[in-house]
Design a protein around this ligand. Sequence first.
Ligand code: FES
Length: 106
Amino acid sequence: ITLHLVTADQRTRELRCAPGQSLMKAAVDAGVDQIAADCGGTLTCATCHVYVDEAWAARLPAPVADETDMLDFAAAPVKPNSRLSCQIVLTPDLDGLVVHLPATQY
Ligand code: FES
């Protein structure tokens, strides 16, 4: 599937990746350094914070309470479309997903 990652300074990077993994893993493996993911996906760091494009936000499963709680620790401002990318599983229907990267994770 193809993802479109938009940096805080509006540069878009396209990522081709296999479904079944998390968005965090796909981004880290591709060297996207705007996603730090210090905890490796165990929902204890909030350095994998992203903003899911408004057009896509409602198409993702709602965050579990632990994700919402951990988002409070995100460095960049939290918005209604904020998610932790380690909790977003890339399914085939997310082909074309647009995600905005925050200016900082710290
Ligand atoms: Fe740590 Fe997502 S990688 S919360």
